[in-house]
Design a binder for this molecule. Structure first.
Ligand code: SF4
Ligand code: SF4
Length: 236
């Protein structure tokens, strides 16, 4: 995204609509700070500029285009065919049997709310989860970014890209999950330069109970279940 200086009247009406604070006054011109901009498209879509001075390039080059596919809800991830952040909510993914019995689904979202996240922070999360034995979902847009599945290293050229939000989704065996939650909590608090939210999902038994919920409570976690009842769709 950029501002056409021939058209810009320097009114700064566009400044408040940018969630990243990327529209700035510099040397008496209004410009978009390309380091901060996540290519979310909000400034242009909002229609705030009466002079039509906010422009997008014809084609955002790789790897910068990753900013747009992870940040602009109207862009579709090629890898998953899902718009926005490229993955459905966990409770929707439950319908697809992504989370099977005996495994706990984890989701770690980086960047929201607040100031976005660099993919180098995502790499830290993927590496940590990989070291705990995580199995990453191929149906998640983070998966194609992983260059080394043994270490969790991402493709080096993507690390400097900033996005509004990225969600790492993975599975761990139920017996490892409680210990992993504690380790991940400590890790997220200590190692990241962005906001992170961790969620877990467990498939209920046929009688509607979840042994994992009991384990979570015993481990001292307050839980606020956000359930979804699938009727006739889940196979196991
Ligand atoms: S709203 Fe348009 S004219 Fe005003 S500062 Fe922004 S880009 Fe320039
Ligand atoms: S594309 Fe998004 S992040 Fe970039 S300047 Fe516009 S509103 Fe801000």
């Amino acid at each position: 995204m950029y501002i056409d200086q021939e058209l810009c009247k320097k009114c700064l009406e566009c400044q408040p609509v940018c969630p990243m604070g990327a529209i700035v006054l510099k040397n008496r011109t209004v410009v978009i700070d390309l380091e901060e901009c996540v290519e979310c498209g909000v400034c242009q879509r909002f229609g705030i500029c009466e002079n039509d001075a906010i422009k997008q390039v014809d084609q955002i080059p790789y790897p910068r285009v990753l900013r747009a596919v992870f940040s602009d809800p109207l862009q579709t991830h090629e890898s998953t065919g899902v718009a926005g952040r490229g993955t459905e909510e966990m409770k929707t993914n439950d319908v697809t049997n992504r989370f099977t019995r005996g495994y706990i689904g984890f989701s770690i979202e980086l960047g929201r709310p607040y100031k976005g996240a660099y993919l180098r922070d995502l790499e830290k999360v993927v590496k940590k989860a990989t070291s705990l034995g995580a199995e990453f979902s191929p149906d998640n847009p983070v998966y194609p970014l992983i260059a080394n599945h043994e270490t969790g290293a991402l493709k080096p050229e993507v690390l400097g890209e900033k996005v509004i939000s990225a969600i790492a989704e993975f599975l761990l065996p139920e017996e490892k999950a409680i210990v992993a939650i504690e380790q991940l909590k400590r890790f997220l608090n200590a190692e990241l330069d962005c906001v992170a939210t961790m969620s877990v999902i467990s498939r209920a038994s046929d009688n509607g109970n979840s042994s994992f919920f009991t384990s979570l409570k015993e481990a001292g976690h307050d839980i606020y279940p956000n359930g979804k009842v699938n009727i006739g769709m889940a196979l196991r």
